[in-house]
Ligand binder design. Structure first.
Ligand code: AMP
Ligand code: MG
Length: 487
């Protein structure tokens, strides 16, 4: 079905280590992303039973050459020199319809040489969560790994309790992480480091190859992609939850969806993950953490760079500092879009700060607020005005802010700006309580709610009865306060 290539497998050991999937008892297909398969060049899609065999790892997909990838990582600030794919297998790469090389990976396919104490398996819950959230991010145009398939294994995996097991198939521009570079750097193998860096340049940043110092240019380009990525996450309230260096993609994609969640009531300090006790990965900390991760990346590249001594350090430090203006510029652009202002509006910053205060103090739901604002911009009726005021516990203060906003908002008069505003403000996000509901139903054998939610979150700007029903913020009793890795 897919024409595999195996370029990463040619890199020095142990960046890639051959490993086989462990068959599961009774694979059954939950979902298969046919449009993505087509994008990857699939012509004929086999029957469901064959897909279940392939995407569980029970039968090797023709042309696949499975291997586990080595990487290290700073986990919550502590360096672990060897992590690696403990429950994932790279099947190979395919060249997609745009000519881009993309990884296809099984996750939950059994133990590998990097498994340490783990069972190499994945429970069904995290598989469904990653499927939903990553496909929503893709629909929002936010760089992300994609979901190609999900299969139940017919086996139980034991975590806090026994849960149904599943295998997830994900597609990434690559699975190369900051931690991949750290893995090689700690081994002080300069040849392998250069091979990895050259692979990344050729694959993700070809323009860096012709720069005076390609490795400095690689760092610069990676910084720019991360800055844009984090600004985009934050524009829709996304909290990754585990921004360890091993979960930070060199290609600038969102990767390794674990206890990630979307902020509902706006709160800059919001944390969902039960394991993030120190609040290291709180909503507002994400840009600083991304920058910290990039500094770890920079350290690994120093031996390859041209400059030497203090000048080398100064140059790398400067490059990392570029993150801030790049992030600010992207954020300003996104804020103008979200507020229906002119693209370069000088009012975006102050107005957004004002609205964030309103959302925080007035306990407003972030997605509902921007959706209501978009509806009001589209048709400034009393009804839409009142709808906005019902979202806050401080209607008088919000009314003041709305007055200031109306003076400069152009979306009501400018169809193009209105459409940009709509595209910046989804009607629906995969809300935590909805994702949980879908997982609970699946654990009872009912996958219909999963498919319904998937259909609406992958069309996040379409207004429909289903979308409106599933878009509603959680009531007090429905709220999910904590999320778990579940790995
Ligand atoms: P994650 O929290 O998914 O980013 O994983 C962190 C590290 O733990 C990676 O090296 C994973 O491969 C490994 N890991 C997570 N879950 C398992 C598992 N069930 N079996 C083996 N290794 C695992
Ligand atoms: Mg990870």
């Amino acid at each position: 079905m897919l024409s595999f290539e195996h370029l990463y497998a040619t890199l020095p050991d142990p960046l890639w280590v051959a490993s086989q999937a462990t068959p599961v008892a009774q694979p059954e297909l939950i979902a298969f992303n046919a449009p993505l398969a087509e994008e990857l060049g699939a012509k004929e899609i086999p029957d469901t039973a064959t897909l279940a065999q392939w995407f569980s790892g029970n039968q090797p997909m023709p042309g696949a050459n499975p291997g586990a990838l080595g990487y290290a990582g700073h986990q919550f600030g502590n360096f672990v020199p060897q992590l690696g794919d403990g429950r994932a297998l790279l099947l190979g790469e395919v060249i997609d319809q745009h000519g881009t090389r993309r990884d296809v990976q099984l996750k939950g396919s059994g133990r590998t040489p990097f498994s340490r104490g783990g069972d190499g398996r994945s429970p069904l819950g995290p598989v469904l969560r990653e499927y939903l959230v990553s496909e929503f991010m893709a629909a929002m145009g936010i760089p992300t790994t994609r979901a190609l398939a999900a299969v139940t294994s017919g086996e139980r995996v034991v975590r806090q309790m026994a849960e149904p097991g599943a295998v997830f198939t994900r597609v990434a521009n690559s699975h190369i992480r900051v931690g991949t570079f750290q893995f090689i750097a700690t081994r002080q193998d300069e040849q392998a480091l250069k091979a990895l860096a050259d692979h990344v340049i050729a694959r993700h940043y070809p323009e860096a190859a012709s720069a005076e110092d390609p490795y400095l240019a690689l760092l610069e380009a990676a910084v720019a992609r991360q800055a844009v990525l984090i600004a985009r996450w934050m524009s829709i309230g996304f909290i990754h939850g585990v921004m360890n260096t091993d979960n930070s993609s060199i290609a600038g994609e969102t990767i390794d969806y674990g206890p990630c969640a979307f902020m509902e009531q706006f709160d800059p300090q919001k944390v969902f993950s039960s394991i993030d006790q120190g609040r290291r990965y709180a909503f507002e900390n994400q840009p600083a953490i991304a920058q910290w991760n990039l500094a770890r990346f920079a350290e690994t590249l120093l031996p390859l760079m041209r400059e030497e001594g203090d000048a080398l350090i100064a140059q790398a430090t400067d490059t990392i500092r570029h993150f801030e203006p790049l992030f600010d510029a992207e954020q300003r652009r996104l804020h103008a879009d979200k507020l229906g202002l002119e693209a370069q509006s000088e009012h975006a910053k102050a107005l957004m700060e004002g609205l964030e205060i309103q959302m925080h103090q007035g306990r407003m739901d972030m997605t509902a607020t921007f959706d209501a604002l978009t509806q009001y911009a589209a048709s400034p009726s009393d009804e839409h005005y009142e709808a906005l005021l019902t979202l806050t516990t401080q209607p008088d203060e919000l009314a003041q802010w709305l007055k200031a906003w109306q003076v400069v908002a152009v979306a009501s008069k400018d169809a193009e700006r209105l459409s940009v505003m709509r595209q910046a403000n989804p009607i629906i996000i995969p809300r935590n309580h909805r994702v949980q509901e879908v997982i609970d139903a699946a654990y009872d054998g009912d996958f219909a709610p999963f498919h319904t939610l998937l259909a609406v979150v992958t069309k996040p700007f379409d207004d429909s009865a289903d979308a409106r029903r599933l878009a509603a913020p959680a009531t007090q009793s429905e709220q999910v306060l904590r999320t778990f890795c579940g790995t």
